[in-house]
Design a protein around this ligand. Structure first.
Ligand code: SAH
Length: 566
């Protein structure tokens, strides 16, 4: 919950607004400020204080206990100009809350956490548990002094600054990315990837204590960190084995189960007769660990618990998952910065490599984190770009493949996904495609059924294009032409318009939108009879209305339906 504290009339009005916007997330604390802050601090995950920063600091200071448990505190001035995260910027979520407040209250977030302000990712914001000397290593990164990166294998992290690298001097502080316990000395912070799967076999009635003890011993014996355990895995017959479920709860990980048939088919080093008789597979611990880590390797073969004075009831084995990179397919929109979605922006900052056409990369270069690797290429090299992006993701990197408009519309997403296997994670981010951006300029041309057709016959034979234009003409669909006309391709657009004209009157409205949302934007609404095709080029879309589309006050309007509105 978010506790709201206000003491003046103006502050209370602001708190009312926030409470009305987020009724389920907020709770009001009334009464004298010190007492209200005290109660909210104890009861809430976050506080919004409509108080001067100085007052809030004095009230909160005596309550501070621990960075890990203190709530996030955001201070908002009564004039609703600024939202200042005072406490718990990352861990307490105060920076994120200040951003969200700007949407409800119109306040400007004033984020002072160094890692946010400099565009360098905080070690605690990378989505992985981090341990060790986090403050010291973060400090070194912010100071721009060398930090040695020790990754035991690639991991899809966002870009790190150039002074964080594998070749830094041996005495530099170390940033590790590893599931192994550290043995050497010196200053180090370790990010823990969720790379390990622990397979568990157990007899009926095993206790959580016996499972946990064996897991801990096994990991410690192999020099592996419990913080990197992603899940426990076992056989379906043990899906309700309370000792395993409770052990998973205490480790804070899920349990995955596999059928005996699946496990029996997994080659393992130590099959045995006992589980075969009991549950129908010669291996549970080793086979389940491997089955939950496709493409991975068995790090620790089966080990048995050794309780004193009674038979062992538990076996475990540990597998490491294969490296899994991340490919984001990111549409940048038609050009203007404010038509780039916040999600696209976040994905650009999540990546360590960005792949795309040089002209699109120029559009967003300033948004990338320092240290982001750029793989750019010129027009035409589409297949190669797609292949490069997938190859880099397969190597375990966080890759963003960018394109204008939507990345899936006449763009890179299809060649990339035709190439990608299920060995990488793929995230699609929709973008504002040219047809939509143009429609918003032209009026409401897409109010009823519509279709997009590319007139580029570079990769599609003209007969196919023509058949589709004819079908759209017969079906009375509104048509948006992409790639309508270039210097070398000038007869296709007139031909396509002729086909439509056979089914629509010469007065049918046609919208031409050029360079939408860019500096050279222009648009016009004309008719099939009057359109001057020589004004159309490759940064243009042409939208032809259906038989119901009208020109109203210079705008193109396609009615929602033929019956209820004309
Ligand atoms: N993925 C892009 C389309 C790529 S095909 C998208 O979703 O928008 C390239 C064609 O898109 C161009 O020839 C042009 O017809 C159209 N286009 C792209 N951006 C445009 C813009 N800002 N204004 C007008 N047309 C545009």
């Amino acid at each position: 919950m978010i506790g709201l504290i206000a003491v003046t009339a103006a502050g209370r009005r602001a708190a009312d607004r926030l409470a009305a916007a987020w009724p389920a997330r907020t709770v009001r604390y009334e009464g004298p400020a010190a007492e209200a802050v005290g109660r909210a601090f104890a009861e809430c995950e976050q506080l919004v204080c409509f108080l001067a920063a100085g007052a809030a600091v004095r009230l909160v200071a005596p309550l501070l206990a621990d960075k890990a448990t203190d709530p996030g505190v955001v201070c908002v001035d009564e004039g609703l100009r600024f939202a200042v995260p005072l406490l718990g910027g990352h861990g307490g979520g105060a920076n994120a809350l200040a951003e969200q407040l700007s949407e409800v209250l119109g306040t400007r977030p004033v984020v002072t956490t160094a890692t946010d302000a400099t565009g360098i990712p905080g070690l605690d914001t990378l989505g992985l548990p981090v341990e060790g000397e986090v403050a010291a290593v973060s400090r070194a990164i912010l100071d721009g002094s060398p930090v040695r990166l020790e990754a035991d294998r690639p991991y899809p992290l966002p870009a790190l600054p150039s002074w964080v690298d594998a070749d830094a001097p041996a005495d530099a502080p170390v940033l590790r990315i590893s599931d192994r316990v550290r043995t050497g000395g010196g200053t180090a912070a370790t990010l823990r990837p969720a790379s390990l799967v622990v397979g568990v076999g157990a007899s009926r009635g095993v206790t959580a204590g016996e499972v946990l003890e064996l897991v801990a011993e096994t990991l410690a014996g192999a020099g592996l960190s419990p913080a990197s355990v992603a899940r426990l895995a076992t056989v379906e017959a043990k899906a309700d084995e309370e000792g395993i479920l409770e052990a998973a709860r205490r480790l804070g990980v899920p349990v995955t189960t596999h059928s005996a048939e699946v496990l029996a088919a997994v080659p393992v080093p130590n099959p045995s007769a006992a589980p075969l008789a009991a549950v129908g597979t010669p291996s549970v611990a080793e086979a389940a660990a491997l089955a939950s880590a496709p493409g991975g390797v068995l790090l620790v073969p089966k080990r048995k618990s050794q309780p004193v004075g009674r038979p062992a009831m538990c076996t475990v084995a540990v597998a490491r998952r294969a490296v899994r990179g991340r490919l984001a397919l990111v549409g940048l929109g038609p050009g203007a910065r404010d038509l780039l979605t916040p999600r696209a922006r976040a994905e650009l900052r999540r990546a360590s490599v960005v792949v795309g056409l040089d002209q699109y990369l120029d559009q967003i270069r300033d948004l990338l984190r320092p240290g982001t690797r750029i793989e750019q290429s010129g027009l035409g090299a589409e297949e190669e770009r797609a292949r490069t992006a997938v190859r880099l993701a397969r190597e375990g990197l966080a890759v963003a493949l960018v394109g204008s408009g939507d990345a899936g519309v006449y763009a890179m997403a299809s060649p990339a996904l035709a190439e990608a296997g299920d060995d990488i994670d793929v995230v699609g981010v929709p973008g504002v495609t040219a047809a939509l951006a143009a429609a918003a300029l032209l009026g409401a041309p897409l109010g009823h059924d519509h279709v997009s057709i590319s007139l580029s016959d570079l990769h599609t034979p003209w007969e196919v294009i023509e058949r589709r234009v004819r079908a759209a003409a017969e079906a009375d669909l509104v048509v948006t032409f992409y790639n309508p006309r270039s210097r070398g391709r000038d007869w296709q657009l007139p031909k396509a318009l002729d086909i439509l004209a056979a089914h629509r009157t010469p007065q049918t409205p046609v919208g031409v939108a050029h360079g939408v949302s860019r500096a050279d934007q222009w648009h016009t609404v004309t008719t099939l009879a009057e359109l001057d095709v020589t004004t159309v080029d490759m940064t243009t879309v042409v939208t032809v209305g259906n038989t119901a589309t009208r020109r109203v006050a210079g705008r193109m309007v396609t009615p929602r339906g033929y019956r209820w509105q004309q």
